[in-house]
Design a protein. Structure first.
Length: 493
């Protein structure tokens, strides 16, 4: 009690000293007094009318409620009804209007309108309108409209419309409560970065990066990058990259890249790449690539699918209604491509049956073969072939040779001796064949072949009647020879 009485007397003394200055000047409809001291609202050098005064020096021993501040203020609770221009230090700083300068609070800094400067608090910083400067807090930062500068918080940063600068939070960054909210700069958080409008810059999050409109720049996420509009730039995620419109740039994810319309650039995923309208560039996945139209390169561990494609498709299964380019796959089926059945015999006694698919000029073939000349056991082979085909009028420039053709191909065969053979028992064969189309849908061909056989199986020398090279290395028998093939194919191409 004696302390309160002493403080009250000090405040009363200040009131007497500065009474002549009460109407010395007026600022923003506020009276001005250079110095003020307040114990609690109502007990101050400005009396019960403290909310009508502005000052340069302000001391709030417990709490003060004033009209404005142009200068310096210290207290446990500092409240200014209209504005604060300068320095505030306390447990709680509240300003009903703009704040320009520096606010430091152990708990909360609050400005109803714009902030130009620095807010530093142990818990939260609040700017009702635009923030131009810096907000640092242990929990959360809030800017009601635009943020130009830096927000750093232990939990969350919020900008009501646009972000031009940096947001760093332990949990979430959010910018843009409506479709005009844009981000230009950097967002980094442990959980999510969200933009109500567009993103231009860098976003890094442990969970998700989300833009309701467009995204441009670099995004990194442990889970997903999502844009309601276009994506343009580099996008890295542990799970998926998704855009509601078009994609242009590089997208790398552990699971899926999905663009609702078009893709231009590079998509790399562990499972799925999808561009329902068109794709131009490179699509690489461990699972499936899909696009309505594709121009470029598709590489898939499982399947490449397109309605119309031009370029290169590499996968277990390649499919398109129309395709021009290079197919590499176990099955490459095209509506405008070849669909042949081949039967041929080799110098070693194998008879092969193959399904030849692909384009007119480039084909893949899967085949199965059996060697009836080896009578003491069943010897059979499974093979895959990549080949190139041309008619001789095109290859040699002679129109009279339009019914003649040549094709060269490379094959890999796994030979099984009796049951399925786990040991290496492989033959590599290159063939150069000349042929003639006798009528549409039936052709015959023949020519030399160059063969290399590497085997760990006893009796593999029975697969050929002679060899040019015959040796053993690291327990493997190596044989090479020049042979021949004779065969025919049916159906058109």
């Amino acid at each position: 009690m004696p302390k309160i009485i002493i403080i009250s007397l000090i405040i009363f003394a200040f009131t007497l000293i500065y009474t002549p200055d009460l109407t010395a000047r007026q600022n923003d409809d506020l009276l001005y007094r250079k110095v003020r001291v307040t114990l609690v609202p109502g007990l101050s050098t400005n009396g019960i009318n403290a909310s009508q005064y502005n000052a340069k020096y302000s001391l709030n021993i417990i709490a003060g409620y004033h009209g404005g501040l142009e200068g310096y203020e210290v207290g446990i609770v500092n409240i200014n009804r209209k504005f604060a221009r300068g320095f505030q230090f306390g447990g709680l700083n509240l300003t009903g209007g703009d704040m320009a300068g520096l606010q430091i609070a152990s708990l909360v800094n609050h400005a109803e309108h714009d902030i130009s400067g620095l807010q530093l608090s142990g818990f939260a910083n609040f700017a009702g309108a635009e923030l131009g400067g810096l907000q640092l807090s242990g929990f959360a930062n809030y800017a009601g409209t635009e943020l130009s500068g830096l927000q750093a918080a232990g939990f969350m940063n919020y900008a009501g419309t646009n972000l031009d600068g940096l947001q760093a939070a332990g949990f979430m960054n959010y910018a843009g409560i409506n479709t005009s909210g844009n981000i230009s700069g950097l967002q980094a958080s442990g959980f999510a970065n969200i933009a109500g409008g567009s993103i231009e810059g860098l976003q890094a999050a442990g969970f998700a990066v989300i833009a309701r409109k467009n995204s441009e720049g670099l995004q990194m996420s442990g889970f997903a990058n999502i844009a309601g509009g276009q994506m343009e730039g580099v996008f890295l995620s542990g799970f998926s990259n998704i855009t509601g419109s078009s994609f242009e740039g590089i997208a790398i994810t552990g699971s899926a890249n999905i663009s609702a319309r078009t893709m231009e650039g590079v998509m790399i995923s562990g499972a799925l790449n999808v561009a329902p309208r068109s794709a131009e560039g490179v699509m690489i996945t461990g699972g499936l690539n899909y696009s309505d139209t594709m121009e470029g390169v598709q590489i898939a561990g499982l399947a490449n699918i397109a309605r119309k494609a031009e370029g290169v498709q590499i996968g277990f299964l390649n499919y398109a209604r129309e395709f021009e380019g290079v197919p590499v796959g176990i099955i490459s089926y095209y509506g405008n491509g070849r669909k042949n059945i081949d039967i041929w015999v080799t110098d070693g006694g194998f008879t092969h049956l193959g399904l030849k698919l692909g384009t007119r000029h480039i084909y893949n073939m899967v085949s199965a073969g059996y060697n009836p000349t080896i009578t003491d056991r069943d010897v059979w082979a499974l093979g895959w072939t990549f080949g190139v085909y041309d008619t001789l009028d095109e290859a040699w420039g002679n129109p009279r040779l339009s019914n003649y053709f040549h094709h060269s191909d490379f094959s890999v065969y796994h030979i099984n001796d009796g049951e399925w053979t786990d040991e290496m028992n492989t033959r590599f064969t290159y063939r150069y064949m000349l042929g003639r189309e006798l009528n549409r849908g039936f052709s015959i061909y023949g020519g030399p072949s160059l063969n290399l056989q590497i085997s760990e199986v006893d009796g593999s020398s029975d697969y050929t009647w002679y060899s040019i090279v015959d040796g053993t290395r690291k327990g493997r028998e190596i044989r090479a020879w020049i042979g021949f093939s004779l065969g025919f194919q049916v159906f058109g191409h």
